[in-house]
Design a binder for this molecule. Sequence first.
Ligand SMILES: Nc1ncnc2c1ncn2[C@@H]1O[C@H](COP(=O)(O)OP(=O)(O)OP(=O)(O)O)[C@@H](O)[C@H]1O
Ligand SMILES: [Mg+2]
Length: 365
Amino acid sequence: MNVKSLEFKNYRNLIDGKIEPSEKINIIFGNNAQGKTNIIEALWLFCGGHSFKGSKENEFIKFGEKFSRIKALFFSQNREQEAEIIFTGNKKEVIINGVKKNSSASLIEKFNAVVFSPEDLTLVKRGPSARRRFIDSAICREKLRNAVLISKYNQTLNQRNALLKDIYRHPELKNTLGIWDETLCHLGSKIIFQRLSYINKLSADAEKYHFGISDNTEKLEIKYISNCSAVFGDDEEVIFEKLKASLKESKREDIGSGFTNIGPHRDDFNIIINNRKAKVFASQGQQRSAVLSLKLAEANVLSDLTGENPVILLDDVLSELDKKRRDFLMNEIKNYQVFITTCELSGEEYLKEGKKFFVEEGKIS
Ligand SMILES: Nc1ncnc2c1ncn2[C@@H]1O[C@H](COP(=O)(O)OP(=O)(O)OP(=O)(O)O)[C@@H](O)[C@H]1O
Ligand SMILES: [Mg+2]
């Protein structure tokens, strides 16, 4: 797929206007704090309406204005399509091909992009919640109904946790826990099943990319860590039974802590380089390469799923990589539409080739 045009109205610091990108490489350049990342973020919003920076809806609206609108014309699913997102206060309205939608989730089926930004290093460095978000957003793109599944699971989890806190004061409520357990295991096993199958695909691709980036010296593995010992190959029923047994085992601990300790909400995945956990042992460069491999794999899995290449958004990524890694990356994504932000237009080939957008105080020229 590719973006034909992108239009802004009262969007962050960008001056109202429209850009018409190339189908290949687009270079967004300019000094710090001029609006480059804001353009990348606007493109990313068409994937489902959430910022990769974790911003709230009203932060997109230009200071002092009441609403903000971004509009994209893009080619996907073999036709030209149009999407518009309007932010007013804390509300968001999505219009796709002229039809108003109830939820921004409907964008997920239409528009696909993969973003690489310096913040993605948190995937290796930080705690498990960033990794769970990464994997859950991926399975939601695979099947929209996974989003419903995850949301129902979280509701059930909250109810079970509330009951656990009550049991502490009213032990007689203990017998009612079973009602929630059944639902929790039913929904939870489906989520774990989807995650295991996604990680299995992702891991194979990421291993291949990382091997290439590291000059065939490093083996990258991604291993899903399930706290009920579910493994790839287990079917949903097997995972259901494992989850139920583990939940039963942790009942005492759960009542003691007033919290559900077992389930996909506590799972994680390990990123392993040459048999060692990347989080603990990998150098900065190795961590960066691992994330790059993971993101390229994400793009590849998405291409297989949708039958078309997602748009690639590279925010401040190239300057952080050495020349060999930059060349590797650019070669891998040569068939994609790419948006690159950079402060310097140094002499590399791809910078010469790409269509240029100069950004200064929000003005794009
Ligand atoms: N809602 C808003 N209204 C007006 N300006 C905003 C809004 N939100 C952010 N900005 C401003 O937009 C400016 C540009 O931000 P952006 O992150 O796009 O810069 P950048 O060009 O990517 O810079 P860098 O090279 O440092 O990454 C910032 O100075 C920021 O304060
Ligand atoms: Mg930036």
